[in-house]
Ligand binder design. Sequence first.
Ligand code: H79
Length: 464
Amino acid sequence: MNISKSAILIAAAMTACAMLCSAGEPKEQHDQRMEWWREARFGMFVHWGLYSGLAGTWNGKPVGKSGGMEWIQQRVGADTETYANAAIPLFKPSPDFAKGWAKLAKEAGCRYVVFTTKHHDGFCLADTKTSDYDAGSVLHRDLVKEIVEACRAEGLRVGFYHSVIDWHHDQYEYAKSKQLPHPLKGKPYPNGTRDHSKYLNYLFGEVGELVSNYGPVDVLWWDYSAQDFQGDEAWHATDLMKLVREKQPGIIMNNRLYRSAEAGWKSMGTDGYAATLDTKYGDFVTPEQHIPDTGMPGVDWETCMTLNTTWGFSEHDHAWKSDETLIRNLIDIASKGGNYLLNIGPKGDGSVPDESIKSMQAIGAWMKVNGEAIYATQASPIAKPAWGRVTQKQLAGGAKRLYLHVFNWPTDGKLTVPVSAKTAKATLLANGKSLDATAAENQITITLPAESPDKIATVIALDI
Ligand code: H79
């Protein structure tokens, strides 16, 4: 290679790196770290803690029919003692609850599980030395260990959700943020003055244990920050992420220790995600309860979503999404190059609501037949067609395979795909049956059977 050519290549690599890498991490290493996650496409989220036993009910009355009941302490304005007294007697994990979760995730076709090691209420599922508001002290169990082991036994990757917001710790200075929630917001600290740096010592101690005591951790899913309280000021985020990376070099973290435009947050709304991310702020961005309209080319992203409207279990929330919605969401997300992190909210005993089991199994049944069109695929090369969605894979030898996910079966039996190709070979993914495909200029036309084999989504593999 001549000098000018290599100089151009180096300059190009540096530009790419400036866009994608954290200081010091080569793009290649970052890509390697992200590889399993990018191929996984589908994960199971679990919100489970003291709030689960309360089930959306406080003093015998429903707190609401919808919305996040993992926020029940904040919704009723309870101090941590009142909340703990009501919730602890109702939090009674069965011996084998974690095996049930792991089996369900596996059956659904999930490749990873992310679960709450601590939510905003501050209760730790681990057996931690750093607090006595934990499963170790209250139940003489390490629930984090039980969950990690159950997931590993099913061959699943494991991630830790961890709330940096804390409604329990007596040094957490909630008055520093007007935007972050706290049950006692606007009220003086019950214990006089507080020293947030003491809370941070606790946070670092607890996170240090989480990344040291359970073997490899695949994901750290931070939650969350506000524009008026975030990053280094609120959480010593640079140091916190450094601590995690030192213990877990391969770990993947989201960007929720920050809430700023540089860190990939364009606005506070559910639709405002900037399409750039320096990995010093995190490895991926996290649209919540929302699928970005056209994906985010060049940025790793994961939509997290509930099956009804709450993350933590509520006996009053019956707004379950249909199988059609869930399966098409997964496809829609894959067609835009993202991951789907779909939440279950187990009950206080760790059992999963029947409706959630049925939904996860329905996705699993579809994935068993069509998983090839989801795992390790890339975003669609074309804008979303009226009939459905497209994913794609590069095959060995330079050929390309498109997966056509047909939601709306054409009434005239002709499916048109706006791509140009010299040759086209189409088959039904479910049974390998060939379909007639004709390549014309800028368009391929496929002749379909009269009836759609799968009303939710029929996949056609198209090799071009
Ligand atoms: O852990 C889950 C939520 O508890 C947390 N992140 C996910 C993964 C979360 N943080 N912020 N939000 C959710 C958005 C805020 C939503 C709110 Fe509400 C709507 C706050 C008040 C109304 C939902 C309903 C939460 C409480 C009631």
